[in-house]
Design a protein around this ligand. Structure first.
Ligand SMILES: [Mn+2]
Length: 446
């Protein structure tokens, strides 16, 4: 095991004093708000991913130093399903607490403060949702998901959609607040950024590149390998096999972007999608370091990709034309998923197929229909697509190239749930301009 001394992250060379003082002020505000609080909950989104876990650990470390009298509990709803993520949680967050939604109201009341990481008060993907907890009382929200059109804000509300990972924002806090981090936390933060940005290959800002390259020297490679290359259960391969057997390819002239069909306010939105988005297939991870390296060597191409801009400013994209491109749409159905994040993992895998412009992966987990959508074009508005489909029967959201959602299917027989899933397919195809295409099963196609 490599032994590395704890170190304070060095801020970027071009980090202005103005920026420094505004970050200092945010940290200061958090510390002051915790002044009279004895025990606070740092709450991750449901089914936390590496970015959420790393961000929670980083906030815990910051509070340990700057609010030492406040007891901190790290908590989340849902399950940590994916093998890499549960391995990471076991190694770096063994003290994390699972809070089931049904007992959330009582459990939350045991804390005198709540802070959110990798999610925000208005989102439906954390356990405060569906409780009476006054969400305007949330002490801080540190997140990078596109903000909702809502007045509901945390007291310290740091939501930056242009940044690739919440862990990156936490690195900035740690650096400004002079918090030394050990190799384990450095590894967690590095992996959080790596998995959320696909190794800086998409949705990446200058700050992500700074954090990633600074952390790179501090990580414990053995720990990273244990997480990233964890052995997978047989059920994993069975699920992948089932998914590929139930994948159909539609070849059409597909619209590049989804057109507006509903007002934002009409759909109940959540961030289920973005949480899905952080799960990456192993195959994709294989290529990440090459990408990361090329991004670091060519910083000019990194700072403001069109994806960042399009995701960050919802208002601007009204002017975009829905251009036509030819590409394949891969639709995969997973009728019985072992865990809710399986759909996202399969979607990531299918995105690697040649000539694919859209992937729609639909699955059933318990009483929920799970949608995971990927698009090749950075202006594709995948988030809008899943919101259109989910409508009022579910919750959905996401970025231009990655999105997800859930449709609630309670009180239905398994056969009825499967029928509901099948019924979603023509709706997706219609939205994508492929309503007439019959499709070819992937495993029978040439
Ligand atoms: Mn994230």
């Amino acid at each position: 095991m490599e032994e590395k001394p704890n170190s304070v992250l060095t801020l970027p060379d071009d980090y202005s004093s103005r920026r420094r003082s505004s970050t200092e002020k945010r940290v200061q505000q958090i510390v002051e708000l915790l002044d009279k609080k004895d025990n606070v909950l740092v709450l991750m989104h449901n089914d936390p991913d590496p970015d959420a876990i790393a961000s929670a650990r980083a906030l815990e470390e910051l509070l340990r130093m700057h609010a030492p009298t406040t007891e901190v509990t790290l908590g989340h709803g849902g399950i940590i399903g994916r093998a890499e993520n549960s391995t990471m949680a076991g190694l770096v967050m063994p003290h994390g607490v699972r809070i089931p939604q049904r007992s959330a109201s009582e459990r939350i009341m045991m804390f005198d403060g709540v802070m959110l990481v990798d999610t925000q008060p208005i989102a439906a993907n954390h356990v405060l949702w569906n409780t009476d907890y006054p969400r305007e009382e949330v002490v801080a929200a540190i997140d990078h998901h596109p903000p909702r059109r809502s007045q509901l804000r945390a007291k310290v509300h740091d939501v930056r959609p242009e940044v690739g990972a919440s862990a990156t924002i936490m690195c900035e806090y740690l650096a400004v607040a002079d918090v030394p981090i050990d190799a384990q936390l450095a590894t967690a933060l590095f992996y959080g950024i790596k998995s959320d940005t696909l190794g800086l290959s998409r949705h990446t800002s200058d700050l992500d590149i700074w954090a990633y390259s600074t952390l790179r020297h501090l990580i414990q490679t053995e720990l990273l390998n244990r997480i990233e290359h964890v052995q997978l259960p047989r059920t994993y391969f069975r699920s992948i096999s089932d998914a590929l057997a139930n994948t159909t390819i539609y070849t059409v002239s597909a619209p590049l972007a989804v057109e507006d069909e509903l007002e934002e306010e009409e759909a109940e939105e959540s961030q289920d999608g973005e949480q899905d988005d952080s799960y990456r297939s192993d195959l994709q991870r294989f290529d990440l370091d090459i990408f990361a390296l090329s991004r670091m060597l060519a910083p000019d191409t990194s700072g403001s990709s069109s994806l960042d801009q399009a995701d960050g400013s919802e208002e601007d994209d009204e002017e975009e034309e829905a251009a036509e491109v030819t590409g394949d749409i891969a639709v995969s159905l997973l009728f019985d998923m072992p865990r809710p994040d399986m759909a996202a993992e399969v979607a990531d895998l299918l995105m690697r197929m040649e000539n694919v412009s859209w992937v729609v992966c639909l699955g059933i987990f318990e009483e929920v229909g799970v949608m995971s959508v990927r698009a090749a074009d950075s202006n594709a508005r995948a988030g809008r697509l899943v919101r259109v489909i989910a409508g009022r029967n579910g919750s959905a959201g996401g970025h231009n190239t990655m999105a997800g959602g859930r449709i609630h299917l309670p009180n239905k027989t398994p056969a009825e749930r499967i029928a509901e899933l099948h019924a979603l397919v023509p709706r997706f195809l219609k939205e994508l301009g492929a309503g007439e295409d019959v499709g070819v099963p992937l495993l029978e196609s040439k």
